[in-house]
Design a protein around this ligand. Structure first.
Ligand code: HAS
Ligand code: CU
Length: 585
């Protein structure tokens, strides 16, 4: 059977669509990365281009543009590719596909407008809520409307992929779901179950509150609904990276995926366990009983399993590939891997950093140790090793393979690409080393003024100056790396040279779907079990939160988010009052 070599040859209209989606993703990436640079230099007091109150506008933009726009646009592009390529069919109705993309763009534009308007005094719109937009911080309603449209867009994207699968099933009765499509569908089931939480939080509480339709909200309730979604959303960022590791890394390594059944088990475990753990972000919240927190800690520790299985399967596949290429020895095979390929090296480095960040996640998840690191700079350290590298670096590395597939153009600057992924790696090591260590001595996250005049941090080894230097150096390297990546993508888009491009075929796994019990493909069953687990984990905590604080809570007063220099004392006073009140209750 002859098969067209590249994806764009086989599905030109799909390739065009995905190129557009990636372009949107990369635009958000450019802005978010620039904001990151501003923050790294501001926080460390090395270069301040704006007033400290504006820091929170930048921080909100940094979070929203990177972890919502960049990652999610990229992943819907990857999923569109994965479904089309593995089912070998286009969407049922391409207008529907453009429709959900349009909705996501509209939502992004509205949210971006609300955030960026925070810089302009003349416009009475702002949303300095940070990317964790729960009460009592309040943004302009446009911000929340934008978020809702964006999320609804992703829901429709899922509908699109399910429709493709149903159509395919009609033509292929009794066949196993191709693995990439299986990964897409299971991720979307997890996403449906979990994003309901944020939809309810916004539509039932936050939006009516910002519109003045209700007097107040119950802040613990909106926080809990947010984190109900806020943990699974991190797997919405991670699982597309896993898809690329499972599908592309074995091929790039010169081998085959070690086990298709094990990969299916991993994705099912994510459906089951991603959601009933969100309260691990609330260990320090008053108003939730310790017993519930303990259950959530136990669930979280079980949730390590699918990632540990992934580490095993992906590394085993890489070893298989290396041995095909002549690698030998217990660890000597590592040398036989294609380290000159930026697509490979970027993903391998992302995996390495993720292993480390995974262990810091285990630290976070321990109820008692969490008290040490919560709200400290340690947490942004964790964020940047996880979504900032495992996800972001994998997406960049994946683009080095995918974008030639989508354009039919040879990748420009393979060696520069290699430098780019290395720079990211080095930058992240510097920056997160500083963040983790700073967090351990109590440096807070999310503040423009971490120096607290006159206060001395007791840094065990090194000094505050050294930690700041590492943070700033890391931030600059990451920004340079991001710009290099975007430049290479642009040059590749306009590269007339179309040779040589890798073949698009994905080699068959060593242990294929026939070795996987049929029950693994029973998506309805896993969805039902997941729903039961969610009910078990959340019904009692939610009932207790509502009983104590009321569905719409006691009024805690308007909590302004735009911080005026003179208003900040008032803000602190209200915060303290609120905290005391909650503890008192
Ligand atoms: Fe997390 C906070 C616990 C994973 C993102 N996390 C956050 C926040 C973000 C985030 C954004 O329990 C901050 C939210 C905020 O603003 O407040 N996290 C965990 C745990 C895991 C975990 C247990 N997090 C992630 C992932 C993220 C992410 C993934 C994004 C993509 N996290 C927490 C907790 C908090 C938290 C608490 C609250 C902290 C607080 O107090 O506020 C686990 O899923 C991690 C499991 C991973 C592993 C690693 C397995 C290793 C692998 C590597 C394979 C190697 C390869 C390469 C492929 C056990 C798979 C080999 C290379 C060769 C050369 C051979
Ligand atoms: Cu979490």
């Amino acid at each position: 059977m002859t098969m067209s070599n590249t994806f764009v040859d086989a599905y030109p209209d799909q390739a065009r669509f995905i190129r557009r989606v990636f372009a949107t993703s990369f635009t958000a990436f450019a802005v978010g990365a620039f904001f990151g640079l501003i923050q790294a230099l501001h926080r460390t007091d090395i270069l301040r281009v704006l007033e400290s109150p504006d820091y929170y506008t930048v921080l909100t933009g940094h979070g929203v543009f990177l972890v919502l726009s960049f990652t999610i646009f990229f992943l819907v592009g990857v999923y569109q590719w994965a479904v089309t390529d593995s089912l070998e069919r286009r969407p049922v109705d391409m207008r529907f596909t453009w429709g959900w993309y349009g909705l996501m763009v509209l939502g992004t534009l509205l949210a971006a407008f609300a955030i960026l308007a925070g810089f302009v005094e003349e416009i009475d719109v702002s949303a300095d809520t940070l990317f964790t937009f729960y009460a009592p911080l309040q943004g302009h309603p446009i911000f929340y409307v934008g978020l809702v449209l964006f999320v609804v867009g992703t829901w429709l994207a899922g509908v699109d992929w399910f429709r493709s699968w149903w159509a395919w099933k009609g033509d292929h009765p009794g066949e196993r779901i191709p693995l990439p499509t299986f990964m897409v569908l299971t991720t979307m089931i997890m996403w449906y179950i979990s994003s309901i939480g944020v939809a309810v939080a916004i539509l039932a509480f936050i939006l009516p509150w910002t519109l003045g339709l209700v007097e107040s909200v119950n802040p613990t309730l909106t926080r809990t609904l947010f984190w109900y979604f806020g943990h699974p959303v991190v797997y919405f960022w991670l699982l597309p990276a896993y898809l690329l590791w499972y599908i592309l890394l074995p091929k790039l390594s010169g081998g085959r995926l070690f086990s298709d059944p094990l990969a299916r088990v991993v994705f099912i475990l994510f459906i089951l366990l991603s959601t009933p753990v969100g309260i691990h972000h609330q260990y320090l919240d008053p108003g939730i009983a310790d017993g519930f927190k303990f259950i959530v800690m136990t669930n979280t520790m079980f949730l390590l399993l699918p990632s540990l299985l992934t580490a095993f399967t992906v590394v085993a596949s890489m070893e298989h590939g290396a041995r095909q290429r002549g690698g030998t020895g217990y660890v000597g095979w590592l040398r036989a891997l294609p380290w000159r390929e930026p697509a490979f090296t970027g993903m391998a480095l992302a995996g390495l950093v993720f292993a480390f960040g995974g262990f810091t996640g285990i630290v976070n998840a321990g109820m008692n140790i969490n008290y040490l690191v919560h709200n400290s700079l340690w947490v942004p350290g964790h964020i940047h090793t996880q979504v900032g590298t495992a996800t972001a670096l994998t997406f960049m590395a994946g683009s080095y393979w995918l974008v030639p597939q989508l354009t039919g153009n040879r990748l420009v600057g393979r060696t520069i690409g290699l430098v780019q992924v290395l720079l990211w790696f080095i930058g992240i090591v510097f920056m997160t080393n500083s963040m983790y260590r700073g967090g351990l001595v109590g440096m807070p996250r999310r503040t423009a003024e971490p120096q607290y005049e006159g206060f001395q941090y007791e840094v065990a080894a090194g000094s505050v100056g050294e930690l700041n230097a590492q943070l700033a150096i890391g931030g600059v390297l990451l920004f340079v790396s991001a710009m290099l990546f975007l430049a290479l993508m642009l040059l590749t888009l306009f590269n007339p040279d179309s040779e040589p491009i890798d073949n698009r075929t994905i080699p068959a796994p060593l242990s294929g779907p026939d070795d996987a019990p049929a029950v693994l493909d029973n998506l309805k069953l896993w969805t039902a079990i997941a729903a039961v687990l969610v009910l078990l984990a959340y019904s009692l905590p939610l009932a207790s939160i509502v009983t104590r604080g009321g569905l719409f809570g006691p009024d805690i007063g308007p909590f302004p988010v735009t911080i005026e220099e003179s208003g900040s004392i008032e803000l602190v006073r209200m915060g303290l009052e609120f905290a005391l009140e909650t503890v008192g209750r």
